[in-house]
Design a protein around this ligand. Structure first.
Ligand code: NAD
Ligand code: IPM
Ligand code: MN
Length: 370
C-alpha cells in the first residue's frame, strides 16, 4: 500500500546511468498516476568500498530489509578486481541476496517481435520466445563450505568450493517454478548434473517428489545442464519454465539473454518466502553487469533496468496496469526502430541511454492520453 517504499542501489559502471532512468519513470508515475513512492538511494559495490571500505554497510543492509522493494543496477569493475572475495563489490550483492533470503531468482527471457533480427540466432528459432528461468539464488557453490585457497606447502595451492543443496532448498525453489508454470505454459524443465553430482541427483529426486505430491497437473521434464545449454540455442521454444541451481542458472540466463538480442534487455526479480501477511522480500536487478567497457558514456541499454522496475511494480506493489503500461511503451518504442548500440540493426536510429528513456516516457504519455 502507499507510499511504496523503494531502495535504489545504483552501484557501479553503467549502474547509475540506467538507474537514473528508473527515477524518471518513478517521477512520471507519481505525477501522472498519483502514485506515492518513498524513494531512498544508497551505495553498494565498488561505490560503497570507495566511501566506506566495505561493499555493503550494515546501515544499507538494514534499509534493504525495511524497504518494500530493492532495486539494484550493477556492481563491480576493474578498479576492485584485485580485492579478496569478502571485500569485492560482488560480495555486497551476495550479502543482500543471502541475508534477505532471496532464494528464487526469476529471469524471464522474452523476444520482442521488433528484435527478432537482433538475435544472433535465426529469426524462426527465436520469434515469439517467452521462457522463464528460475535460478536458485542463496545456495549451491556460491555459498557452500568449505571454500578458500589453501597453500599445500609444496609449491602447490588448492582452490576449493563446495556444491551443496538440502531438501528444503530444492523444494522451495521447485514450488516457485511449478506455481509460475501454472500461470504460463504449464511446463517445467528441471536442470542439473545428476549423472555426475550427488547434489544434482538429490535435486532431481526432490523436484520429482514435489511434483508428484503437489503439482501432478504440471508437465515436468528433466535435462542434464550441458544438454539444456545446447537445447537452449538449438530449439529454445521447447521450454516454458526452467528451474535450476545457482551456478547453472547464472550461465543459462546469460545464454538466454542472447536469444533476446542483448543482455541489456533482461530483467530479473529475486524473491524470498512470504511472511505472515503474504509479502515477500524482493530485489530487482537486470541480468547484466556494470559493463565497464561502455560505462560513463550514456550509451548503455536501460531497458533491462526499466523492465526490472516493471517486475517490482507487478510483484511487490501489485501495480499490474502500470507494469503493463511500461512494458507496452518499451515494445512500442522498439517497434519504431529506436535502438541503443547493443541492439542496433542496419537502418535503425541509434540513440543514447537517456534518449531511449525519453522516448519510452513519451510513449507512456501517449498510451495514457485521453
Ligand atoms: P557485463 O554484463 O557487465 O558485460 C558484458 C558485455 O555486455 C559487455 O560488452 C557490456 O558492454 C555489455 N552490456 C552489459 N549490459 C549492457 C547494457 N545494459 N547495454 C549495453 N551493453 C551491455 O558482464 P562482465 O563484463 O562479465 O562483468 C563486468 C562486471 O560486472 C564484473 O565486475 C562482474 O562481476 C559484474 N557483474 C555484476 C552483475 C550484477 O551486479 N548483478 C552481473 C554480472 C556481472
Ligand atoms: C548475476 C551476476 C552475479 C552472480 C555476480 C555479479 C555475483 O553474474 O547476477 O548474474 O554470479 O550471481
Ligand atoms: Mn551472471
Amino acid at each position: 500500500s502507499q507510499p511504496y517504499s523503494l531502495l535504489l542501489l545504483p552501484g557501479d559502471g553503467i549502474g547509475p546511468e540506467v538507474m537514473r532512468q528508473v527515477r524518471r519513470v518513478i517521477d512520471w508515475l507519481a505525477k501522472k498516476r498519483g502514485l506515492e513512492f518513498k524513494v531512498e538511494e544508497a551505495l553498494v559495490g565498488g561505490a560503497s568500498i570507495d566511501a566506506h571500505g566495505v561493499p555493503l554497510t550494515d546501515a544499507v543492509m538494514a534499509k534493504a530489509h525495511a524497504a518494500d522493494a530493492v532495486l539494484l543496477a550493477a556492481v563491480g569493475g576493474p578498479k576492485w578486481d584485485g580485492l579478496t572475495f569478502e571485500k569485492r563489490p560482488e560480495a555486497g550483492l551476495l550479502r543482500l541476496r543471502k541475508e534477505m533470503d532471496l532464494f528464487a531468482n526469476l529471469r524471464p527471457a522474452v523476444v520482442f517481435d521488433a528484435l527478432v533480427d537482433a538475435s544472433t540466432l535465426k529469426p524462426e528459432v527465436v520469434r515469439g520466445l517467452d521462457i522463464m528461468i528460475v535460478r536458485e539464488l542463496t545456495g549451491g557453490v556460491y555459498f557452500g563450505e568449505p571454500r578458500g585457497i589453501e597453500d599445500l606447502g609444496n609449491g602447490q595451492r588448492r582452490g576449493i568450493n563446495t556444491q551443496v543443496y538440502t531438501t528444503d532448498e530444492i523444494r522451495r525453489v521447485a514450488r516457485i517454478a511449478f506455481e509460475l508454470a501454472r500461470g504460463r505454459g504449464n511446463k517445467v524443465c528441471s536442470t542439473e548434473k545428476s549423472n555426475v553430482m550427488e547434489s544434482g541427483l538429490l535435486w532431481r529426486q526432490e523436484v520429482t517428489a514435489v511434483h508428484k505430491a503437489e503439482y501432478p497437473d504440471v508437465e515436468l521434464s528433466h535435462m542434464l545442464a550441458d544438454a539444456c545449454a545446447m537445447q537452449l540455442v538449438r530449439n529454445p521454444k521447447q521450454f516454458d519454465v526452467i528451474v535450476t541451481d545457482n551456478l547453472f542458472g547464472d550461465m543459462l540466463s546469460d545464454e538466454a539473454a542472447m536469444l533476446t538480442g542483448s543482455i541489456g534487455m533482461l530483467p530479473s526479480a529475486s524473491l524470498g518466502a512470504p511472511d505472515a501477511n503474504g509479502k515477500r522480500k524482493a530485489l530487482y536487478e537486470p541480468v547484466h553487469g556494470s559493463a565497464p567497457d561502455i560505462a560513463g558514456r550514456d550509451i548503455a541499454n536501460p531497458i533491462a533496468m526499466l523492465l526490472s522496475f516493471g517486475m517490482a511494480l507487478r510483484w511487490s506493489f501489485g501495480l499490474h496496469e502500470e507494469a503493463t503500461l511500461l512494458e507496452q511503451a518499451v515494445q512500442n518504442v522498439l517497434n519504431t526502430g529506436m535502438r541503443t548500440g547493443d541492439i542496433m540493426q542496419p537502418g535503425m536510429a541509434k540513440c543514447s541511454t537517456s534518449v531511449m528513456a525519453d522516448t519510452i516516457l513519451r510513449e507512456m504519455d501517449k498510451l495514457t492520453a485521453g
